[in-house]
Each structure stands twice: as structure tokens, then as C-alpha cells.
Write a protein that binds this ligand. Structure first.
Ligand SMILES: [Ca+2]
Ligand SMILES: [Ca+2]
Length: 384
């Protein structure tokens, strides 16, 4: 429900940003000419002796469940899309744009996929996809990882086998590998520069698959992510996972012979949550027992009940929840959390605005054992 809400807003903004509109003109010999029009004049209008059909290039859901844009069949074919059902009272087709390796796109809702998707890539490859602004009013790209399964990092948390790297934007995106289906990132455009997504796979025979949906967000869109937020959530409650979070531990050893980490290194980003009107604070919690393992020896603490560490015990890998309050109403002494337990029970609410979870992992995880990262849920609390 909340996801749908966001999608609708983003698309609305996109349209306000000046999406072109098509019309198909049919003369009496029944030939058709397709052109672009800068503005929507009306859904239907009829000239003398000539039938002019105009329709908005609005978002539609294709037969496969992917989001497309309503175009004429010819326009869809011209941009390399595939017709997936009809729209605009059957005048248009729901045009889904799914592009493979090496392609560029300036269209909202482009899906960049691996070669022969959904068949996995099993060997070495390098794919670069380019996002071009669809017009000068676009400020951000939201990249949704519909499906992203790449090879796991080495035991020290380095993406040495496969990498997903995003370049060219005005904001830094950490290098990602492993299992990241369902994640997303927001990337700020830097002036009119294109944004590149590069996916590199190593020659190992692991089965990789990726499908990245790119949405373009207008600068004046109310749901544009605040500058500097890598991830942005707009619901009252939700779940935030670190990249490559998983409930199973790494199957490789780290460089000193202990069980490796699946927590990715060199992470330094903000997860922002839009404040819903009428809500004043936010509670962060573990989504399950042991869903917070970001530093120290996770195997040693696996069955412990209180293995959280705080404050200056967290010099390398941690999350920050600004100014959290205990259930007794007093301010907790620190806002930095690490170790293998997130103290949901004691920590009641954080009233500090905006709602941001800061995520840090330094350049290696060699001193840690079997970290998996975190899965935290957040819930906004009504003002009292
Ligand atoms: Ca760690
Ligand atoms: Ca670390």
C-alpha cells in the first residue's frame, strides 16, 4: 500500500516535470502519424475531417507486472520497449522498457537487466547502463533492486568477485555485492551529467541475476529524497536491511581463518524516513532475534541475550540513532550502536528530526567474526 503511494507520487511528479504527450492522428485513409506534443491539451479532441486522439503518457502496469508508460505501438517500438497490454481505452499500449547490457535510457521506469534475463549470468561479464535525465527538471534517480543477486564478498567483506557500482551522480553510493533484492538507492544527478550503473561479474560459476528499475524524480516532487540520503522510506513503518543482509552466515573464512562476514565494508550512508504528519518520534527494532550483527564475534554471541555494545565501544562498525530515549523517559547516554544486539526493549523513541539512521562500516571486517549486517524495522509514533 505504501509502496503504491510512493510510486503514484513519483509518477505524478514526473508528469508535472514535463513529460511529453503523444497524439496519434488518423486521416480518412486510416494512416497514422505519431508526434510528440509538449502539453496535454485534452484526452479527446476532434478536428474538422481529421480525428486527433491524444492521451497522456501515464504510467501503466504491464501484463508481467512491470511498470510501463502508455505510448502508441509505434512509439513503443521506436524506443525499444515491448507492448505489454493496452492502455488509454485500448488506444495505446503499456510500453515496458527492459534494456540489457550497454544500453542508455532517458525514460522513466526503465528496467536494466542482465543479458538473457531472467536466465542467470554464470561467468565473467561487465555491463554498463547509462541513465540520462529525461529533462532538466529531474534531480534524482531512484534505483530499485527488483532482483539483484551477485556473488558474495570475501570473508573480510570486500566485493572481490562481483560489484555493482554507481557513478556519475552527485552523491556517493557504496560498492555493493551479494544478495540485495528488494533494496533501493537514491542518486542525485550532478548537473546534467549521466549516471552510470556498472555491474561486473567474475569468472566464478555462481548464478547472478539483476533487474534494476530506474525512476526519475523531478526536483519539485514532494517525495524527493532529502539531499544526502542514500535510502529513503516514506511509510509509517517499514524494514531497513543493510546491503547483503542475510540470515545465513558467510560460507568463507576471513583472512585470519575465522568465519567470514557477509557485512559489506566501506559503508557510510544515511537512511532517511519521511516524517508523517501527526507523528513525532520513531522506534527502531530488530526484525528478529539476532538480526543485528555488525561487529565483534557473532558466533560467540549467537545464543546470547544481551550482546549489544554502545558508544565508544563502537569505533568501526555501527549505526546511529540520534538521541534515543529509554522507556523511563530519560535520554540514553549514546546514540551509537554496534555488536550483536540492538536494544529495542530499552530504547523507546527517538524524537530528533529528521528521522535518519546513519550506517557505518569501516574498510575491513577482519577483526569481526561472522557478521551479517542488520535488519531493523522502524515505526513512527503518534504525537502525544
Ligand atoms: Ca563488522
Ligand atoms: Ca568493519
Amino acid at each position: 500500500m505504501n509502496k503504491i503511494f510512493l510510486v503514484e507520487f513519483v509518477l505524478l511528479c514526473y508528469l508535472k516535470a514535463g513529460t511529453s504527450f503523444l497524439y496519434e492522428r488518423q486521416d480518412q485513409s486510416n494512416t497514422s502519424i505519431t508526434e510528440r506534443q509538449p502539453r496535454l491539451i485534452g484526452l479527446w479532441s476532434w478536428g474538422w475531417g481529421v480525428g486527433i486522439v491524444r492521451f497522456q503518457n501515464s504510467a501503466c502496469t504491464g501484463e508481467t507486472g512491470l511498470v510501463g508508460t502508455c505510448y502508441t505501438r509505434r512509439q513503443c517500438s521506436d524506443i525499444g520497449g515491448s507492448a505489454s497490454g493496452s492502455c488509454a481505452s485500448n488506444i495505446g499500449v503499456c510500453c515496458v522498457l527492459q534494456l540489457g547490457c550497454g544500453n542508455s535510457s532517458s525514460y522513466n521506469n526503465t528496467y536494466f537487466v542482465n543479458t538473457n534475463y531472467p536466465t542467470p549470468v554464470t561467468g565473467g561479464s561487465r555491463c554498463v547502463y547509462t541513465i540520462e535525465k529525461c529533462n532538466s527538471d529531474i534531480c534524482q534517480a531512484r534505483i530499485e533492486f527488483i532482483s539483484v543477486t551477485l556473488a558474495q564478498p570475501d570473508g573480510d567483506g570486500n566485493c572481490v568477485n562481483d560489484t555493482l557500482t554507481i557513478r556519475g551522480g552527485g552523491s556517493v553510493v557504496p560498492v555493493i555485492c551479494g544478495e540485495n533484492s528488494g533494496q533501493h538507492v537514491y542518486v542525485q544527478f550532478y548537473e546534467d551529467q549521466d549516471i552510470q550503473i556498472e555491474v561486473v561479474t567474475s569468472t566464478g560459476t555462481f548464478s547472478r541475476i539483476w533487474n534494476l528499475r530506474v525512476m526519475q524524480i523531478a526536483c519539485n516532487c514532494p517525495t524527493i529524497a532529502p539531499s544526502g540520503c542514500l535510502m529513503y522510506y516514506t511509510s509509517i513503518s517499514g524494514i531497513v536491511n543493510s546491503f547483503n543482509y542475510g540470515s545465513t552466515e558467510s560460507s568463507t573464512l576471513n583472512s585470519i581463518g575465522a568465519t567470514g562476514t557477509r557485512q559489506l565494508v566501506n559503508q557510510n550512508y544515511g537512511v532517511c524516513v519521511a516524517m508523517i504528519p501527526g507523528y513525532c518520534s520513531i522506534i527502531w527494532s530488530q526484525t528478529s532475534y539476532n538480526s543485528f550483527t555488525v561487529s565483534n564475534d557473532t558466533e560467540a554471541y549467537l545464543f546470547g541475550s544481551n550482546a549489544g555494545t554502545f558508544g565508544n565501544e563502537c569505533p568501526y562498525d555501527f549505526v546511529i540513532v540520534p538521541a534515543p530515549y529509554l522507556t523511563n523517559g530519560s535520554l540514553f547516554y549514546t546514540d551509537r550502536f554496534c555488536g550483536n544486539y540492538f536494544p529495542t526493549v530499552e530504547i523507546f523513541s527517538a524524537f530528533s528530526k529528521p528521522f535518519v539512521l546513519t550506517v557505518v562500516n569501516n574498510g575491513n571486517d577482519t577483526a569481526d567474526v561472522a557478521n551479517r549486517g542488520f535488519s531493523l524495522s522502524y515505526t513512527q509514533q503518534l504525537c502525544r
